[in-house]
Design a protein around this ligand. Structure first.
Ligand code: ADP
Ligand code: MG
Length: 696
């Protein structure tokens, strides 16, 4: 395809200088098109004002009123408070970070408009760090006439405001459509999916007007969303086909597995494998023995012992003089695996390397050299490290842990690391079962192994639900647990879209714990801490110097601290069922321990939140949990988190949108023969590099 306008670099857009460009790169946005297809994950409704009397805690509102009081004070930590009334009631706003000019602007009698999630803090309504605007009564700003899109910002330092304005500029500057785009649009309308063009759909998605039926947008049932969802699904279906046909032509190294090696490995483990684990190891070994590339998913509930199964496979590969990579979603997890592997294989003469974002440069160079010469057989690292330049001598197996990344994009990523028709075997480990519809379409070529039993001596974690108003009662409980030599996690969940706020909640909770107990040693980790500090705290928690670890959800994935017996989750009402279950699985990993999980909620529980809490109380079975999850979600519940089942999709949710799979397949068949259109679709939805391979 000749020069395609939207493939132009993002710095052609107003407001994108070098700094913003780097920030956008972190989000994977390099071209104008990337920005256009960076879709909002949710919306805020600032098109109307809600009366204070009508507020319900736990929800976000826009409120307008008069400032009647403001002050700085120190209830534990320095904070700024302002009290506001609109004549129907009072609400307080609280800021933890503020400047003097900011404080001075709060003049009694002036009007203010604020937007944020309302909390019930002991009978009072409060909003922490709302966005706000102060004005005098004769200068009332107009209300927004579009919904405000909220984009995911991840670890990029870009502000929501800046990202919004960049994307808005991209939407504004979309050139008139070209013939390829027209062709795709026509196919959509011919097949009765949607008469909306891709452009109109993007416009609507990025700034839906009030006329666009807010409810439909919020429920993801708007025609513009349907247009995009189907296009994304069909592109992924085409991507699966292309990559499968390429992989089918390739061979994997044959790995001979030996019983002696396996028996020795087992003898050196500090525990006996369960029957389930043994069976799964057999299934994997059978695959490894063949030159047909393995693509196997190991499903096992949280704590069922997936890691050691992977280790057995990796050992066999190493014994054949081939290399393996174990990819982890976080550094903490990579380090934990590295420790375990080193322990489990201490009697083997095998070089294992750990490569994370914090590996020093000279060490990195040494590791890289030893990977190239083949001296190092096992590499454990984070995804980001793998994506950057890591070259290996003879990669034979890639294991992907926990993060459910085994979608089309990853297939192409792995394909990129391969040479001369050699494809490494692939093993994926996940605690979340894949929905059936997916297994039949997107993952038709994936074999599944199940670890169906837990290691012996594991008692189910008992779960209770508790209003945040009663949190005082937790202090005594925590003290008893820690006196008995056990430890606890205190988890602060994402309260709003802002990760900063998340961190602040964690900080206040730590403060609160310290103020209310002299005996507890409390530690804090969150994503904003410098790495060495984070590591130090985690290390102290692991070796028992800290009793209670206050943390944000960002950090915990897969963390294994056998001594932890209590998990407290703040604002549990905001989390999805499978996430709650994952988090609960972090405790009760020691043998013969009775572990507990306490779900703290704020305000009144809604119907679906209550259903989730009940499910958590009633079962510890991950498969049941995900069944219930689908039922609740099927009945119209939309949570912020998407169920993409490993696909890393931009808008489609494979459970919510399963109804569109047939249609998407039909369209995929219609379009897949036209390489130019496929090229365009791949660029839109999967990414630049991958497309180049697809085009080969
Ligand atoms: P997950 O399946 O959630 O990844 P892990 O692999 O982290 O679980 O295992 C959880 C814990 O159970 C680890 O401490 C691990 O060493 C231990 N473990 C694994 N298999 C067994 C077993 N057969 N018997 C006892 N403990 C085991
Ligand atoms: Mg694990």
């Amino acid at each position: 395809m000749t020069e395609y306008l939207l493939n132009k670099s993002i710095d052609n857009i107003k407001g994108v200088g070098p700094k913003v460009k780097t920030q956008l790169q972190k989000l994977g946005i390099e071209t104008i098109q990337d920005a256009l297809f960076y879709l909002p994950k949710s919306y805020e409704n600032r098109t109307k004002i809600t009366k204070i009397i009508d507020l319900e805690p736990g929800n976000a509102y826009q409120i307008e009123g008069e400032i009647i009081e403001s002050k700085i004070y120190y209830p534990g930590r320095r904070a700024f408070f302002a009290r506001i009334t609109d004549g129907t009631g009072f609400i307080q706003m609280r800021l933890f970070f503020f400047s003097t000019p900011q404080v001075k602007a709060f003049v009694k009698g002036l009007k203010i408009r604020i937007y944020g999630v309302v909390r019930d803090t002991g009978g009072k309504f409060e909003i922490f760090h709302p966005s706000y605007k102060i004005f005098s009564s004769n200068q009332r700003p107009p209300l927004d006439n579009t919904l405000t899109p909220i984009y995911s910002i991840g670890s990029s330092k870009i502000t929501q405001y800046r990202l919004r304005s960049v994307i808005k500029n991209c939407v504004r500057e979309m050139p008139s459509e070209n013939s390829y785009e027209k062709k795709i649009d026509e196919t959509f309308s011919k097949k009765n999916v949607s008469n909306l063009s891709i452009r109109k759909s993007l416009q609507t998605i990025h700034s839906p007007s009030i006329k666009d039926e807010i409810l439909k947008i919020k429920n993801f049932s708007h025609p513009a969303q349907k247009r995009l969802i189907v296009e994304e699904l069909l592109t992924n279906l085409i991507g699966v086909k292309i990559s499968t046909s390429r992989i089918d032509k390739m061979m994997s190294p044959r790995v001979e597995t030996s019983n002696d090696v396996l028996e020795d490995f087992k003898k050196n483990l500090p525990f006996n494998l369960t029957n389930s684990q043994d069976l799964v190891i057999d299934e994997i070994n059978e695959d490894l023995n063949q030159t047909k590339p393995m693509r196997r998913l190991v499903q096992g509930d949280v704590g069922s012992g997936k890691t050691v199964v992977a280790a057995a496979a990796m050992l066999s590969v190493a014994k054949n003089n081939f290399q393996t990579v174990l990819l982890c979603p976080t550094e903490v997890l990579a380090e934990q695996h590295f420790k375990n592997f080193s322990l489990w294989m201490k009697n083997e003469d095998i070089n294992i390397a750990l490569l994370t974002g914090k590996t020093k440069k000279n060490e990195w160079e040494k590791i890289n050299k030893e990977l190239l010469t083949g001296k190092t057989k096992i590499l454990i690292g984070t995804h980001s490290v793998f994506q950057e330049r890591v070259s290996l001598k003879n990669l034979a197996l890639v294991v992907v842990d926990e993060q459910q990344r085994f979608g089309v994009k990853q297939r192409f990523e792995i394909l990129q690391k391969t040479a001369k028709g050699i494809m490494p075997h692939q093993l994926f480990m996940t605690a979340t079962p894949i929905p059936r519809t997916l297994a039949m379409t997107m993952f038709a070529d994936l074999s599944v192994s199940k670890i169906s039993e837990m290691p012996p001596g594991r008692n189910p974690v008992s779960t209770s639900v508790m209003s945040n108003k009663k949190r005082d009662e937790l202090i005594e409980r925590l003290e008893i647990i820690c006196e008995n030599g056990n430890q606890a996690f205190w988890l602060c969940t994402m309260i709003e879209e802002s990760e900063n706020l998340d961190v602040q909640t964690a900080e206040s909770s730590k403060k609160w714990l310290e103020e209310n107990s002299k005996n507890l040693k409390v530690g804090l980790v969150h994503s904003k801490l410098p790495k060495n500090q984070k590591d130090k705290v985690i290390e102290e928690f692991r070796n028992g110097k800290i009793d209670v670890l206050v943390c944000t959800t960002v950090i915990e994935v897969g963390m294994d601290v056998p001594n932890a017996s209590l998990m407290i989750i703040e604002n549990a009402e905001r989390l999805g069922l499978s996430q709650l279950h994952q988090l609960r699985g972090r405790v009760g990993r020691g043998p013969d321990m009775q572990a507990h999980c306490i779900l703290l909620y704020e305000g009144n529980l809604g119907e679906t939140a209550e259903a989730r809490m009940t499910a958590m109380k009633e079962t510890n079975d991950g498969f049941k949990i995900s069944e219930i999850d689908m039922k609740i979600r099927g009945s119209g519940e939309i949570l912020g988190t998407k169920q993409s089942g490993g696909m890393e999709l931009k808008i489609a949710d494979l459970i919510r949108d399963a109804q569109f799979l047939d249609k998407s397949e039909e369209l995929a068949k219609e379009l897949e023969g036209n390489s130019e259109l496929v090229d365009l679709l791949m660029r839109r939805w999967i990414g630049k590099k991958e497309n180049l391979i697809a085009a080969q």
